[in-house]
Each structure stands twice: as structure tokens, then as C-alpha cells.
Design a binder for this molecule. Structure first.
Ligand code: GTP
Length: 331
């Protein structure tokens, strides 16, 4: 009789199923089997818990297959234990068969998964990639910082351009108005003096008509220089209009402003604007002077100083007219 026939004729009794009931032997088997059975059911629970919590993990299904495989191993193990006393061999056979199917399927799938699993970057690769990313992040931060600085510089430059007269390089009307607002606030808050000079070149149209616009421009630039040399660094000089300049004089009362206006008037009177061809141009200016009065609005102050300038023009030009003074200078 062959081995295979012996296996199925009922005479084969696997060795080990005739446990002798020795206490120490029994203790080893029972304790070992119970611990193993517990582990067979706890491990699948742990794997399912992991899959539920970490849905982002790749190849999650392989954990489920392992859980099923280990669970079925547990069932097989348990039925084989029961079968020491009871003869549920069909149940055990079915459990073994199912375990075998799941095991072989898991084994096939794990080999198919192998290339992907091997392709997972190692910790070292992750570390070096992370370092490279940190380096890039650092470079980007630095680039961003230098960009912000450039934007800041550019913004300041644009602000400067927006407040600068392109021809003469001094403050333009917008800059003048901003400064005037600040100076009026300061004068009002600290009850300081503030005076204004409005300077207008006399018969400037004649310069343009006679010598051309380029010469007119050069005269305007030189006039701005004369004015800036005449005033203090704390004063604000700006071009108010075409050939009209405005001087804001903080901490200056009417009399001091009048003296400065008179000096400027004389400066222009004595100055000779030289052309490239050697021709000299004489030019005078008229000046209106006004001191800021408490509670006066910016518009009202400008209207007052403009009125004074108008009076100076009416008085024959090359004159200084001061608000509150009846005299015209020179009389
Ligand atoms: N070259 C030049 N001329 C300018 C500029 N802005 C204004 N003007 C000229 O300045 C002249 C001002 O003429 P008016 O307003 O008649 O004044 P004025 O000739 O100085 O006469 P009064 O002010 O009454 O003494 C005009 O001819 C304008 O064209 C500029 O930027 N460059």
C-alpha cells in the first residue's frame, strides 16, 4: 500500500495527537497555544486599525490581506486545538483550505508588489531630498527678502519722483502741499511760527519768446538754485507752477520772512542769467509774504500769499508785499 493510500484510508494518525496528560507538557502546550491564538486575533485588529487611521499609506490593501491571512491562521490554529477533543475535521479542513487560498494569494501579491515596495525611497534619500528642499526654501526666502528690499527702494524712488519737479529737481506742487499740511499741523500743535513766500519771475514769458523755451528752462533751473541757496535746509522750497515758486519757512515770523524775501528779490535783481552764446539775461521777481494765523486753513493761507504776490505784481513787479504790512518793498 502506497503512502498516499495510507494517508486517506483512516489508519494514518499524525504524530502528536496522542498527547499524554502530563501536567508540565500540558502547561507548555496550553499556554503556548493560548498566547499564539490571542496574537493571531490581536495582530489583524492592529493592522485594520492602522489602515483605518492612515488612509494616506500606499498599498494599504496588503495590510488587509495580511490581517485576513493571520486571522485565518488563528482560526485554523483554534480548530486544530478543539480537534484534540472534538473531531471537527471538516471545519478544520475548510479553515486550512481558506487559509491556504488567502496565503497563496497574499504571497503572489506581495511579489507583484515588490518592485513598487523597493522603489520607496530610503530614509537616507528622504533626508537628502528634505535637505535639498530646505536649501531651496532658504534660497527662495533670501530671494524674496532681496525682492522686498528692491520693491521698498523702488517705492521710495517712485515716491521721490512723484514729489519732485522733473525740470528743476526741487519739490513739486504735490510735495509742497504735503509738506504744507505737515508744517501747518506742527505750527498749530506747538504754536510755532510758519511763514510762506510765493516767488514769481517777472515777465518770464518774454524770456521764452525772446530766447526760446530751452533758455527759459535753464533760467528756471538757475532760479531754483538761487532760491535754494537763499533759504535754510529746514525750509521747504518747491515749484508751485510754471515760473512760480513757494517757500515754506517753519519757525519764521512775518518780519524774518520779509527780510528773506527782500534778500531774494535783490539776489534776482543782481543776478545775470548767462546763455551759451554769452548773452546775459536780467530778470526780477515779485514776492508775496504771509504768516500762518491760528486756525487758518491751508487754502486760506495760500490764497493770502497769492494775493500778496498779485499786489506785488500790481505794484510794478520786483517788489515784496507782506500780509499785514501797508508798505511795499522797496517802497
Ligand atoms: N521754459 C519754460 N517756460 C515755462 C515753463 N512753465 C511755464 N512757462 C512759461 O512761463 C510763462 C509765464 O507767463 P505769464 O503767466 O504771462 O507770466 P510772466 O510772463 O512771468 O508775467 P508776470 O508773471 O505777470 O510777470 C509762460 O510763457 C509759460 O509758457 C517751463 O517749465 N519752462
Amino acid at each position: 500500500m502506497g503512502f498516499v493510500d495510507k494517508l486517506f484510508d483512516g489508519s494514518f494518525m499524525p504524530h502528536g495527537h496522542c498527547l499524554r496528560w502530563l501536567p508540565d507538557l500540558l502547561f507548555l502546550h496550553v499556554t503556548g497555544d493560548v498566547l499564539t491564538a490571542i496574537a493571531y486575533f490581536v495582530i489583524p485588529l492592529a493592522l485594520i486599525y492602522l489602515v483605518k487611521k492612515r488612509t494616506d499609506l500606499g498599498f494599504n490593501w496588503i495590510f488587509i490581506m495580511f490581517a485576513a491571512f493571520i486571522f485565518l491562521c488563528g482560526v485554523t490554529h483554534l480548530t486544530s486545538l478543539i480537534n484534540i477533543w472534538q473531531g471537527f475535521y471538516y471545519i478544520e479542513g475548510i479553515a486550512k483550505f481558506t487559509t491556504g487560498l488567502v496565503s497563496i494569494f497574499t504571497a503572489i501579491m506581495i511579489w507583484r508588489l515588490m518592485p513598487k515596495a523597493l522603489a520607496i525611497p530610503s530614509n537616507e534619500e528622504f533626508r537628502s531630498k528634505n535637505e535639498a528642499l530646505l536649501r531651496v526654501q532658504h534660497e527662495l526666502l533670501e530671494a524674496n527678502q532681496s525682492l522686498e528690499l528692491r520693491v521698498l527702494d523702488r517705492t521710495k524712488e517712485l515716491e521721490r519722483i512723484a514729489h519732485t519737479d522733473s525740470l528743476t529737481g526741487i519739490t513739486n506742487r504735490r510735495g509742497l502741499m504735503d509738506s504744507l499740511t505737515v508744517e501747518i499741523d506742527r505750527a498749530e500743535r506747538y504754536q510755532h511760527k510758519l511763514s510762506l513766500l510765493m516767488v514769481d519771475l517777472d515777465h518770464f514769458k518774454y524770456v521764452n519768446d525772446e530766447y526760446g523755451h530751452l533758455t527759459g528752462d535753464a533760467v528756471l533751473i538757475e532760479s531754483a538754485n538761487i532760491l535754494s541757496q537763499a533759504c535754510r535746509s529746514t525750509d521747504v522750497l518747491g515749484r508751485y507752477g510754471g515760473e512760480e515758486f513757494l517757500l515754506l519757512l517753519p519757525e519764521t515770523d512775518t518780519e524774518s520772512a520779509r527780510l528773506l524775501a527782500e534778500r531774494i528779490r535783490v539776489d534776482f535783481e543782481q543776478h545775470r542769467f548767462c546763455q551759451d552764446d554769452g548773452v546775459e539775461i536780467s530778470l526780477t521777481c515779485s514776492i508775496g509774504v504771509a504768516e500762518f494765523q491760528a486756525d487758518q486753513s491751508q487754502t486760506s493761507l495760500l490764497q493770502t500769499v497769492d494775493r500778496m504776490l498779485y499786489s506785488a505784481k500790481n505794484a510794478g513787479r520786483n517788489k515784496v508785499v507782506v500780509n499785514g504790512y501797508s508798505e511795499t518793498y522797496p517802497s
